[in-house]
Design a protein around this ligand. Structure first.
Ligand SMILES: Cc1ncc(C[n+]2csc(CCOP(=O)(O)OP(=O)(O)O)c2C)c(N)n1
Length: 298
């Protein structure tokens, strides 16, 4: 990390600390979630996002066990349903910064329909895909992103199908922001999260997450040998969807950084005619209704 960044973070160390709760982190030793938490807290503070205006929504899984480790508004929802929760909150109160986090299991099996429409509609939230290539909380079953041939609990002979490529999938849906980063690299994650938080539409970030307990085939070193930074490539233009689609189709390698960004696309809130030029939020417009008579005697 360069000296300027260290100084910047040191000055804001108190603010970063305020995002911690008193809950003990219980992930396995070496789990990518420790680094992800750390980087996300740094990015939130560096982007001057107020704690009182931050909502983090969590899917079920090891990823969801972050929900009581961060001091802001949080919701821990049903498996695969984090996107509708997060999107609903954002539409009701656009002043919130909304971050949704989910594993590859919940995202590409239980909740894959929600991802399709979140991308299409360009809902203005940040989505963090924790891709550890397995259903970790339920002890390591294969998901749609588990590489072909790899053994997981429940598939002792190895997975027979080809895996889904999350970036290829999302890029085929006409997204406005797609990035990839690595759970072992806190600095890279912090920078990518900062850029994603600045994006005004649906920001999709895939985190290549190590899972030392159930994905022993892909430790940090394995990823480190295969990642390359798109920003360091000559002539790579992250505004060009076809370059993006080509680069993520290369097998065996992982481009990291901002892979695609479309600054022209209007986000959902900018395209809803009846909300145009409104200064109030839905939350402010909902009338206060006395419901005590419906509650009976408590
Ligand atoms: C609808 C539904 N299906 C299955 C489960 C059981 N379940 C709970 S956690 C989990 C694994 C989560 O895996 P993933 O979404 O990849 O997140 P990770 O634990 O890897 O972070 C499963 C299958 C559930 N709670 N709800």
């Amino acid at each position: 990390m360069d000296a300027k960044k260290i100084e910047q973070l040191t000055k804001k160390a108190d603010q970063i600390g305020k995002l911690d709760t008193k809950q003990v982190m219980t992930w396995c030793d070496g789990c990518g979630n420790y680094g992800i938490q750390n980087a996300l807290k740094r990015a939130i503070v560096l982007e001057n996002i107020e704690q009182q205006k931050l909502l983090q929504c969590f899917d079920i899984g090891c990823v969801g066990n972050e929900s009581d480790k961060v001091e802001c508004y949080t919701i821990h929802g049903l498996h695969g349903r984090v996107l509708p929760l997060a999107v609903g909150a954002k539409i009701a109160n656009p002043e919130l910064t909304v971050i949704a986090s989910a594993g590859d299991g919940g995202t590409f099996s239980e909740g894959v329909n929600h991802l399709v429409h979140a991308v299409r509609n360009d809902y203005p939230i940040l989505f963090l895909l924790h891709d550890n290539e397995n259903y970790a909380l339920t002890t390591g079953q294969a998901t749609a992103t588990t590489p072909k041939g790899q053994v997981r609990n429940g598939t002792p002979d190895g997975v027979a199908q080809d895996p889904l490529n999350p970036l290829q999938f999302v890029l085929s849906l006409g997204p406005s922001f797609v990035a990839q980063t690595l759970s072992a690299n806190v600095n890279h994650m912090t920078e990518v999260f900062q850029k994603a938080l600045r994006h005004k539409g649906f920001a999709f970030v895939e985190i290549l997450q190590t899972c030392p307990t159930y994905n022993k085939q892909c430790p940090n070193e394995w990823y480190a040998e295969r990642v390359f930074e798109v920003e360091k490539l000559k002539n790579y233009d992250c505004r060009d969807i076809w370059q993006a689609r080509k680069i993520v189709a290369e097998t065996g390698k992982f481009p990291i950084g901002v892979i695609y960004e479309n600054l022209q696309k209007k986000n959902f809130l900018e395209t809803v005619p009846h909300r145009e030029k409104r200064k109030t939020t839905l939350i402010e417009e909902v009338a206060h209704t006395d419901i005590t008579k419906f509650l009976g005697k408590l």
